[in-house]
Design a protein. Sequence first.
Length: 490
Amino acid sequence: MTQPCFMTMGELSAKLEAGEVTSEEAVLSYIERINSVDEKINAYVTVDREGAIEQARDADRLRASGSKGPLLGAPLAIKDLVTTRNLRTTCGSKILENFIPPHDAFVIEKLKQAGAVVLGKTNMDEFAMGSSTETSYFGPTRNPWDTDKIPGGSSGGSAAAVAADLCAAALGSDTGGSIRQPSALCGIVGLKPTYGLVSRFGLVAFASSLDQIGPMTKDVTDSAILLSAIAGHDPNDSTSADRPVDDYTAALDKGVSGMNIGVAEEYFTEGIDPEVDSSVRNAISVLKEQGANIKTVSLPHTKYAVPTYYVIAPAEASSNLARYDGVKYGYRSESPKGLMEMYKKTRMEGFGPEVKRRIMLGAYALSAGYYDAYYLKAQKVRTLIRNDFVDVFKEVSAIISPTTPAPAFGIGEKSDDPLQMYLSDIFTISCNLAGIPGLSLPCGFTSGGLPIGAQIQGDFFSEPTVLRVARALEKGLKLDGGKPAINQDG
Ligand code: GLN
């Protein structure tokens, strides 16, 4: 039998159900693999070896007494900005280096109720600000397909952990692309749900009008399974939608025959890498072969998405990050002279350069005299971007595009050029500004063997359709790009 760590979550779940493997054996197989592989990629900030074994034994006992479920005993990794009770949650920052939350996030409670095992917490760009996982206080994560390359970000640790078989599946968060972009660059499936579908209670806030938690998995079926477990109304998050949770697995295999699928010219811009372009066009032809009607659509305000996001997200971040002042929790500067100096030195020493840049940009955009010119204007453009999608979804059920303009770039290549870094999210940001769901799945490989991702976006709360299109594509493409380089000896 394949070692449990190399199975998808669905496969592992079937083996657990059949009694062919126990959750404890699965956890031990992951721990062994983390011990031998993670020093090469640095996907985890914290591995809870003992806690995970205990949780696995609990899951095995529950199963022995008749409990069932797709997540019962499944070992998962959690991005390190989702709070976990009694387990360190750092947000990739020195300021929270030793923060041990007193409570579980809503999604963690849901996962624990479903019997899932939390293996550990994954590396990320500091406070989720970045596209490469290089801004983490705990050092960069490396791409399992080529360790000289970045894994994408900010959920780069989760993406690398899934790709390198260091967990069965993971959770990430996405404010402007942080689930989908690293998923594309690491060859896995990542879904950003509709705004309001998954509660953010216990998600450390970056930009509250954009943040969503979502699944990062080895295949589309796992994505549907994990989404089913974490979606749902939560009175503790006032933006949580009070609507019944759909069945995300039921329609997965219904295919795309007769479905209208849009291709927006704005996503095939000049700067796009030729291999990304041809691989996504191939994916479009596969959907066509399966009976989808491919329609050209237009999202005319797409070009304003990056500048709009870089006003709104930093503005919200500057407000959300005001709470890290050294008073109640987190890092505090040693022996300051007086309260003001304590605040200043704590923040100066505790935050890294990218976080400081965002706080300054945001505070500037919100300051008297500039508020109308920048923040208010950005909010108006945001409505135009959202309305583009509302119009297009009158004609089509989903939109297919590249997830990123290029495959994974080299570690250090864009660290000194924030603007180039910000442009990595050019195709993922509109989705957050509009609040719609977006999923990235592998659609091919470059000649150098790096994964390429296709993005499927859908209307508000149309996750069942988005997943169905993705599943059809996954089946039609029958990708076999081998395994990440890091797995070849494993
Ligand atoms: N890369 C984008 C940023 O740096 C998006 C990050 C995210 O989605 N958390 O803000």
